[in-house]
Write a new protein. Structure first.
Ligand code: T1G
Ligand code: NAD
Length: 685
């Protein structure tokens, strides 16, 4: 870490170099403080430019220091020191000015940025509020409405928009340092604007706070930080500067030690380490310049759209001309709906679509770098496809399967150069869902695996390495979720009670509503295949619903009834009578929300511990990412494993033992028992 001061005649340039993201570690804060002291008393300096080396301006407080006792100079004091410096400071921003980084920039008298830069206050995403005046100074600069939007959502604003909002003073084309020095020199010649602490917050209609509060609450669901952030902006508008600063600091300190902040911090680091697994350090991925997708159905079209969104040219291969047309039309619908939602323009949609070639001819794949198969979930069909691919593609092309349950080893058996084969398990809708399970076979080379991770980075997905087993990480745990949900029905709970409890836990949907939305038929198909393999999947009620062709919303009924054209689940008498029949021999209990949640979530934890033990997942944090990004597990709980650790693994073991004694769950696994001794999940060896 270095903070240097150079002179460009009458302008001082302070450069921070603290890789990777110039976070405001204690040393940086101290050096900036010292620089302010030095430059204040240097008569040759008229203005100060604050700039950063490397990929970005200051990306915020150092998240690694969050658990430690804060050391002076504290950030709010540093920002105040810069703000009250005797010379104007000019923040010169490239990359991102985030959190404490933006707060430092708000302490500066001016802000200039390159066009690609962005600014934001992402603290709520970490379960906290700005800790150094962000919520107090920002409304003084851009007004309460825009400030509320930024502070309560944590979203960043690109430089050109920030310029139009008055958040930055100039967009610098070309060399940032030179542009900032020129700006500083011109500014020093003119009368200076007031520092933000001396400005007032523009007045808003009193109804603004009530309306906004409702909107923020409904978006935040169970997350605490967004409403607390709103309260900070409101305080800034209604109280004097110092009172608002004290209120923000108090809120920040309270939230910083909260379980939600710990959970969100855990997810922050898990998401940042997932794309670069240590076991692949130094392994070069293969280049990805073009891609192909085989099968243009639900998944194939979504995957092709994701590849196009990342700018890759895509070839879509289908089994006949009619299917090619259907696949292209699926893609058209995806892009049209993105236009309708305002995500992309009509022109962008047209450009994305024009980058796709639909064909039945494998000959077009001779130069393609990566091929992803998404045809029917049928081993023979998939093997036939890979037979063709293994001769049509060059031997370095990565060949991937999107299978959900089949064994990738069997799919790859007999292909030429099996070392280039890997499972890439996307989640539906594939252009939206962030999770990508990456499943190597025994023959997959590290370079092929690294290419899977490189693709995830290109597609902005969260990659998680998974070992081979039925359902990999996510769907294997999902099977337990569903089986437990049915066990509850047999023991006296209703589908509504189960769904309500799981929503209360923080899931976007309960297990039965979710099945009705996705369709019960796919899982029924899996169970048939499992029975053919001699397994005994447990779904007594779902099996009966499928016999009645109650496949969910698409067939007008599943776990619930649906009025024609409606999506609101209504309790079903038919389902209730099937449950009653199937439950005849099971003892009935009263179920409250907490016990329903335990009966579902804790067996999921138990299965996850087995997954860890078998090395199907390499890290507990990877399982957290799978649950959060593939299945809607509440982020503020930190994922399944973090939830279990926070709750206390010893308590989880005890609760599972009780459930097992009542025949409501399997007993706790060895790894779970052993982990409970230290309170944290341990891997097998
Ligand atoms: N502190 C410490 N390390 C950080 C960090 C931070 N704030 N941000 C990123 N890193 C590490 C990250 O773990 C990774 O490490 C490496 O930098 C590259 O990250 C008082 C309280 C800046 C847009 O939330 O959004 O200020 O894995 O892979 O894609 O009010 O990092 O290499 O060892 O993400 O180029 C608010 C979050 C803090 C910023 C760069 N700030 N960071 O993206 O790289 S709270 C944030 C980002 C705060 C004040 C409050 C991104 C990025 P490693 P990366 P990237
Ligand atoms: P789908 O039925 O919607 O689409 C399959 C497509 O493959 C069809 O368009 C079909 O014409 C095409 N196809 C079949 N045989 C072909 C061949 N020989 N050559 C070229 N195209 C062929 O199925 P889907 O839901 O998109 O699933 C595809 C794969 O993705 C399956 O392996 C499935 O298990 C997996 N998957 C599905 C989901 C999901 O939620 N639907 C999620 C993850 C993975």
């Amino acid at each position: 870490m270095t903070v240097t001061i150079e002179r460009n005649s009458d302008i001082a340039v302070i450069a921070i170099d603290n890789p990777p993201v110039n976070a405001l570690s204690h040393a940086v804060r101290q050096d900036l403080w010292n620089a302010a002291e030095t430059l204040d008393t240097d008569p040759s300096v008229r203005a100060v430019v604050l700039i950063c080396e490397g990929r970005t301006f200051i990306a915020g407080a150092d998240v690694n220091e969050f658990g430690k006792p804060p050391m002076p100079p504290h950030l709010p004091d540093l920002v105040a020191r810069i703000e009250t410096a005797t010379k104007p400071w000019i923040a010169a921003i490239h990359g991102s000015a985030l959190g404490g980084g933006l707060e430092v920039a708000l302490g500066c008298r001016f802000r200039v940025a390159v066009p690609s830069a962005s600014v934001g206050l992402p603290e709520v995403l970490l379960g906290i509020v700005p800790g150094a005046g962000g919520s107090v100074r920002l409304p003084r600069l851009i007004g309460p409405a825009l400030a509320t939007e930024m502070v309560t959502t944590g979203t960043s604003v690109a430089a050109p928009k920030a310029r139009s909002q008055g958040l930055i003073d100039a967009v610098v084309e070309g060399d940032l340092e030179k542009g900032a020095i020129d700006f500083a020199r011109a500014a020093a010649d003119q009368s200076l604007p007031l520092p933000l602490r001396q400005r007032s917050v523009p007045v808003v209609d009193p109804s603004f706070w009530e309306t906004t509060s409702k909107a923020v609450a409904s978006r935040a669901k169970r997350e605490d930080a967004p409403l607390r952030a709103l309260a900070c902006v409101r305080k800034a508008a209604e109280a004097d500067f110092d009172t608002a600063m004290a209120f923000e600091r108090q809120t920040f300190l309270e939230l910083r030690g909260s379980p939600q902040a710990a959970a969100l911090r855990h997810v922050f680091f898990a998401e940042r380490s997932a794309p670069r697994p240590p076991e692949l350090a130094g392994i070069e991925p293969r280049p990805i310049r073009s891609a192909a997708v085989i099968g243009g159905g639900t998944m194939g079209a979504g995957i092709a759209a994701a590849l196009r969104d990342a700018g890759l040219p895509v070839t879509l291969v289908e089994r006949d001309e009619v299917a090619v047309e259907r696949g292209l039309s699926n893609l058209r619908s995806i892009f049209e709906s993105s236009v309708k939602r305002g995500r992309i323009t009509f022109e962008t949609a047209a450009e994305r679509l024009s980058g796709i070639i639909g064909t039945t001819d494998y000959g077009l794949l001779a130069r393609t770098d990566i091929v992803i198969e998404a045809v029917f979930e049928d081993l023979d069909v998939k093997r036939e496809v890979f037979g063709k691919l293994s001769t049509a593609c060059h031997c370095d092309a990565v060949l991937a399967t999107n299978t959900s349950y089949l064994d990738p080893e069997q799919i790859a058996a007999g292909i030429k150069h099996p070392e280039r084969f890997v499972g890439l398990h996307f989640f539906s809708p594939a252009h939206v869902m962030k999770l990508l399970e990456i499943v190597p076979t025994a023959q997959t080379t590290p370079a092929t695996l690294a290419t899977g991770f490189a693709l995830a980075r290109m597609l902005k997905k969260i990659p998680v390495r998974a070992g081979i087993c039925n359902g990999f990480i996510g769907n294997r745990i999902l099977k337990v979720t569903r089986a437990q949900a049915e066990r509850l029905l047999l023991s006296g709970a209703t589908p509504q009670a189960v769904d309500t409890a799981m929503r209360a836990f923080g899931l976007p949907m309960g297990p039965f509503e979710a099945q009705d939305l996705g369709g019960l038929d796919i899982a029924a198909f899996q169970r048939r295949a499992a029975r053919a393999r001699g397994e005994t999947p447990f779904a007594p009620i779902a099996d009966r619903l499928c016999t009645l062709e109650r496949f969910g919303q698409k067939s007008g009924g599943g776990w619930y009834d649906y009025a024609k054209g409606e999506r609101t689940p209504q309790p079903s008498e038919i389902v209730a009578s099937i449950i009653a029949e199937e439950a005849r021999e099971t003892s009935q209990q009263e179920w409250d929300e907490a016990r329903i949640i335990d009966c579902i979530a804790l067996p999921m934890v138990n299965e996850a511990a087995k997954i860890l033990h078998e090395k199907v997942a390499l890290r507990a944090g990877d399982i957290d990412l799978v649950e959060i990004h593939g299945y809607g597990f509440p982020r503020w709980r930190g994922g399944l494993m973090h939830y279990a650790e926070e709750r206390g693994l010893a308590g989880v073991v005890a609760a599972l033992e009780t459930l097992a004694a009542e025949d409501l769950a399997e007993p706790p696994s060895d790894l779970l028992r052993r982990s409970a001794e230290g309170g944290r999940f341990v891997s097998r060896d």
